[in-house]
Design a protein around this ligand. Structure first.
Ligand code: TRH
Length: 397
């Protein structure tokens, strides 16, 4: 009987950091929690470096945090790197993340291994969605049109009969340790270079803002300025920071350390931190604005109210995904709070007129309770990495 202990994971960076963010998290978890071997193929090492500064952007092959990283270039380069590797055959599982294509040399090798009955399990790791059809499509198979290979569709999700979402086994303990004492908070604020601000305004509402450029931002900033309670907005350098700087008449000044104060609002541009340092920022804020896929999931594990800026797709199909998640998340909220959250998420995703910050703030106590029950429900699905391992083991039994 074959067992599953090793993985070839292919990641194409389509945009921003979510593609590599998810793959890097999964790769580390397979190594650290399952003791497996992972070879992670990435086409864009510069985006990767942003999440993991120890990545050498010039190296074709390197090992970081126990993960073998390969620069995914053209097919010839894949073949060369494979041949040169200490492990020149494929690993037990070949994963294409976010439906990226499997390189031809890898397909050829898989087909050859298939003739000996040792073809790797072939997985298409899909995008995350709360839509109902996901459970029906999860684990479906698709035979290759030419080769004796079968691809398995593995869908992350929020419902039973999906793959769940990523969650490291130590996450709850780490979060509890962070919340237990002020030292961890102080270290975080120091790392983000805002310790003076946090000391000066201990009662301010703390907000983290990770978003794409957003037409609702001017309205939000105006409502923050007029807020009765002071608001501190921590915005990582990037798209939203640039937009805020332009909005506040300080074009080109969205550098780390930049600060603006307007009315009761203080904005601070903070560094884009390595991936493992992002969670504490979410844990330490009262409300988190997140985007894409990975930060969206991390905000759910932070047990704080969060606002999702979903990755925009053509024909507004992303709005269907947005509403599918909202339907699940708000089902257990009092109706008024469900309406408030829904209106705010809609405002943040294209309908600025309905943006109502005071209503959202008033709902925080109930949203925090919901965040806890949501976490409990999600944990019952098991975590994606463990679910994926179990799924692949089933395929080789
Ligand atoms: O960056 P994103 O918008 O990424 C993606 C991609 O664009 C992708 O093509 C698309 O399919 C997907 O969205 C839906 O958002 P995401 O997924 O939240 O990824 C951001 C990553 O950056 C995540 O792993 C968290 C990490 N991060 C840090 O490590 N440090 C930071 O300071 C911040 C703000 C984020």
């Amino acid at each position: 009987m074959r067992t599953i202990t090793s993985w070839d994971l292919f990641c194409r960076v389509v945009d921003n950091y979510g593609d590599i963010g998810v793959c890097w998290r999964l790769a580390r978890q397979l190594v650290q929690e399952h003791g497996h071997t992972v070879r992670l193929w990435v086409d864009d090492l510069r985006s990767f470096e942003k999440l993991c500064p120890s990545v050498d952007v010039t190296a074709q092959a390197q090992r970081v945090s126990g993960v073998d990283i390969r620069h995914w270039g053209d097919d010839a380069q894949v073949a060369t790197l494979l041949a040169a590797d200490t492990h020149p055959t494929l690993h037990d599982v070949v994963v294409g993340a976010f439906a990226c294509p499997t390189p031809e040399p890898v397909l050829a090798l898989m087909a050859e291994q298939a003739t000996h009955g040792t073809a790797p399990v072939w997985i298409n790791l899909e995008y995350l969605s709360a839509e109902n059809w996901v459970a029906e499509h999860h684990a479906m198979q698709s035979p290759h049109p030419r080769l004796p290979l079968v691809k398995h569709f593995f869908f992350p999700g929020f419902a039973r009969n999906t793959g769940g979402v990523l969650r490291e086994s130590h996450l709850g303990a780490q979060r509890a340790a962070f919340e237990a004492g002020p030292a961890a908070h102080q270290a975080l604020w120091h790392r983000l270079r805002v310790d003076d601000l946090m000391r000066a305004q201990p009662d301010a509402l703390r907000v983290s803002l990770f978003a794409y450029a957003n037409p609702a931002l001017p309205t939000l900033v105006a409502q923050w300025e007029a807020s009765p309670q002071p608001v501190i907005c921590l915005v990582p350098e990037g798209l939203a920071a640039t937009q805020i700087a332009e909005l506040l008449g300080d074009v080109g000044a969205a550098r780390i350390g930049a600060r603006w104060t307007r009315g009761n609002l203080t904005v601070a541009v903070v560094p884009f931190v390595p991936q493992e340092h992002y969670d504490p920022l979410l844990w330490a804020c009262d409300i988190n604005f997140v985007r894409g896929e990975d930060s969206f999931v991390r905000a759910q594990w932070a047990l704080r109210p969060f606002i999702w800026h979903i990755y925009p797709q053509s024909d507004d199909v992303h709005l269907i995904k947005l509403d599918a998640f909202l339907a699940r998340y708000t089902a257990a909220l009092p109706q008024a709070d469900a309406d408030t959250l829904t209106a705010f998420w809609h405002a943040w995703n294209g309908a600025p007129a309905s943006l109502n910050w005071p209503a959202l703030v008033a709902a925080i106590p109930r949203l925090r309770i919901r965040a806890v029950t949501w976490e409990q429900g999600l944990m019952q699905l098991g975590d994606l990495a463990a679910n994926l391992v179990a799924f692949c083991e089933k395929q080789v039994k």
